[in-house]
Design a protein. Structure first.
Length: 443
RNA sequence: GGAGGAGUGGCCGAGCGGCUGAAGGCGACGGUCUUGAAAACCGUUAGGCGCGAAAGCGUCUCGGGGGUUCGAAUCCCUCCUCCUCCGCCA
């Protein structure tokens, strides 16, 4: 969410920012509604002030023990005078009351519309984000590692995993429908190994590991920016008005929502391993093969909450990107980093770096990580604030990035580490989590 | 799931229809004192929105929402959360 004052003063820029992001919102209507909202508030406050004042007056007029009453009598007023005065004031109030009611009746829907419109205004992208319509226009920043060539016919992860008996997509689909799978034996082990490696590396880097709820209240989804626009992507538990999260970013970022932190508490660095639920609505027919686009996966996510300073935010953005790259380097996987273009940025993101890892079966780099910078966007929605040395209250800045998401990352791991005989060499960094073994050989 | 009890400022805790955005205490911050510190003493210490160039002013908020009333932290309804007991269960 943006500051309404900022929107008022920069309407043109906000409009353009939405166009760049290919997000529809109605800035003109918002400004109109905001104007009406303020007019109503001013009128209402005058009346409310009067009600308050008159109400107190009546209290005094009706209480013979009040200092005011005693003084009035001493000044020569009669009880009848005072009673008449009380009646007069009450009559005045009786006239104001319907006016307030009328204004309030108008204000209700105005406020409602104002809030709805506000939730749809996107955060303008950083000038450093390339202008573009979709992911095809993301800009490569750097490539790390060599894309290997094979001296045999390499298998894709599904064939490889199925033959090794470590991936069972057919039965996953039998149980849960399309985009579901089962990992088995060394498949399950490998999955947990990459997650453990990622988490251990983050803890080593000073991030506090958290175990968080993945079924959250609606306001948490709104607060992090996933609702209302992303509602169709979430699994809802409507009986309880809760949603399954698509990422631990949601509970981690909302952890301090509705709080005022001390500046000395910042930065807050956290990570969490959690299941992630995604409906993938609208993706029908896209990436249907294998473990790339699935409804449930596990992920270690990193979140940073820092002070409201653009340079600080930028520095942490580089840090969380570096954290993820360190994991990819530990796994010795070839990847590239791309600067995501405006059209591919979400509602709240100012700038986003994706890490894409080489996936032989796709014959291309596929997205495995997404590092986002939000400035105040989420913090405003979440009421996530801190007090500075001068006791002034500010919204925090928030950032997040994947550390590892599995089984998607198992696609490059399996495909790149496969051998001619159909076995898979276990990356050195994962061996401690795989009983020290060097290979997956299947049954 | 059933039966009770409770939700007040950073924390503890008074208030139970008007002068209470809220006593008192603790904590924190500033000051006096001190070589420094402690103690003691004095002071400051909610957020949102709006108006205003600013100083400042107004209004809303005592878990959330609604109602009664001239007037509500205080009364009523409803939802949420927590606690206790019973039941069920990993």
């Amino acid at each position: 969410m943006l500051d309404i004052k900022f929107i008022r003063d920069n309407a043109e820029a906000v409009r353009k920012a939405a166009v760049d992001k290919h997000i529809k919102c109605d800035v003109d209507r918002l400004i109109e509604v905001d104007k009406r909202r303020r007019e109503l508030q001013v009128q209402l406050e005058v009346f409310r002030g009067q009600v308050k004042e008159d109400g107190q007056k009546i209290g005094l007029l009706r209480n013979p023990k009040s200092p005011w009453y005693v003084k009035a009598i001493a000044d020569g007023k009669t009880e009848a005078d005072i009673k008449a005065e009380a009646a007069r004031v009450q009559a005045e109030l009786a006239e104001i009351k319907p006016k307030i009611k009328q204004l309030e009746d108008e204000e209700g829907p105005v406020l409602e519309e104002f809030e709805q419109l506000m939730l749809l205004i996107p955060q303008p992208a950083d000038p450093a984000a390339p202008l573009g319509k979709d992911d095809t226009e993301n800009v490569e920043i750097r490539k790390v590692g060599e894309v290997p060539t094979f001296d045999f016919e390499p298998k894709d992860h599904v064939k490889l995993g199925t033959e090794l008996g470590i991936i069972d997509i057919e039965r996953g689909v039998k149980l849960s429908g399309s985009r579901n799978y089962i990992l088995k034996g060394d498949g399950a082990m490998l999955h947990q190994a990459v997650l453990r490696l990622a988490q251990d590396m983050m803890v080593e880097r000073g991030y506090v590991p958290m175990q968080v709820p993945v079924l959250v209240r609606e306001e948490v989804m709104y607060g992090t920016g996933y609702f209302p626009t992303g509602r169709d992507q979430a699994y809802l538990c409507e009986r309880d008005d809760k949603s399954l999260v698509g990422t631990a970013e949601v509970p981690l970022t909302a952890y301090h929502s509705d709080e005022i932190l001390k500046e000395s508490d910042l930065p807050i660095k956290m990570c969490a391993m959690s299941p992630c639920f995604r409906r993938e609505a609208g993706a029908a027919g896209k990436d249907t093969y294998g473990l790339y686009r699935i409804h449930l996966f596990d992920k270690v996510e990193q979140v940073v909450i820092c002070k409201n300073d653009i340079e600080t935010s930028k520095a942490f953005h580089e840090e969380i990107l570096a954290n993820a790259e360190a994991v990819m380097q530990a796994l010795e996987l070839p990847y590239r980093v791309v600067n995501v273009c405006t059209g591919d940025l979400g509602m709240g993101q100012v700038l986003k770096y994706d890490i894409e890892t080489w996936m032989p079966s796709r014959d291309s780099y596929g997205e495995t990580h997404s590092a986002s910078r939000f400035y105040e966007f989420q913090a405003r929605r979440l009421k996530l604030r801190y007090r500075d040395g001068a006791k002034k209250v500010h919204y925090c800045h928030t950032l997040n990035n994947t550390v590892i998401a599995s089984p998607r990352v198992l696609i490059p791991v399996l495909e790149l580490y496969q051998n001619a005989d159909g076995t898979v060499t276990i990356p050195t960094a994962l061996r401690p989590y795989m009983g020290g073994r060097e290979r997956i050989e299947g049954q």
